[in-house]
Write a protein that binds this ligand. Structure first.
Ligand code: BEZ
Length: 211
């Protein structure tokens, strides 16, 4: 099944390194980030899971539950976690799904056979409290993800879910935002009391509303 933005994130039951979960129940009313790793005991993945463990408190602060997946069994993940903790000087602090039958990987179309045969690519799904997919990213196995960037996009999708704004190129939390075209100037004056600058009628900037 091809998943698209706005689709309901498929629900599933899975074994993880922290016990069995039913995905939607496990998410509760929080946001979620599901991200895949091609295989256990591989170098780039080892650095990624270490990086995620270190930055996880920032995801917690934003009420984003983090869930990793790799197409190996949970027993293997547990042995790999010991290596990750040792080599990346951290403690893995989120569950990793054991997906040796590719059930979840197939549900989320994470295996791209022309890139890698029996392993997933590096997929990222950010899911809202309404269980809808808010953002999808796909990286090749050879490119480790930038977890600061994942946090940045979480900030953007959470902000734009709440206010009628969009975030410009290279935006970071605290920067000016764009008022969406659906809001006319009269409404913008009411909705954005900090004011706005009209660079062009279609390009209006306002200070970040929640700062
Ligand atoms: C890695 O994590 O290093 C990796 C995994 C699969 C293919 C290539 C690289």
């Amino acid at each position: 099944m091809t998943l698209r933005l706005g689709d309901t994130a498929p629900d599933f039951k899975a074994e993880t390194t922290e016990g069995e979960i039913q995905f939607h129940n496990w998410l509760g009313n929080d946001w979620g980030m599901l991200f895949s790793h091609p295989k256990d005991f591989t170098p780039v993945c080892t650095t990624e899971l270490g990086a995620m463990s270190k930055i996880k408190p920032e995801f917690d602060r934003r009420s984003v539950k983090v869930l990793a997946i790799s197409v190996d069994p949970v027993d293997s993940h547990k042995k790999w976690i010991a290596d990750i903790n040792e080599t990346q000087n951290t403690k893995v602090n989120f569950p990793i799904i054991g997906d040796s039958d590719h059930k979840v990987a197939d549900l989320y179309d994470m295996i791209h056979p022309k890139e890698l045969d029996q392993m997933t690519v590096r997929s990222v799904f950010i899911i809202g409290p309404d269980k809808k997919i808010k953002l999808m990213l796909t990286y090749p196995a050879s490119t480790g993800r930038n977890f600061d960037e994942l946090l940045r996009v979480v900030d953007s999708v959470q902000l734009t879910a709440k206010y009628q704004i969009a975030t410009p190129a290279n935006w970071n939390d605290g920067d000016d935002c764009i008022i969406v075209p659906q809001v006319n100037n009269e409404e913008a004056t009411k909705k954005f009391p900090k004011g706005f600058t009209e660079v062009k009628p279609y390009l209006r900037l306002t200070p970040q509303p929640n700062k």
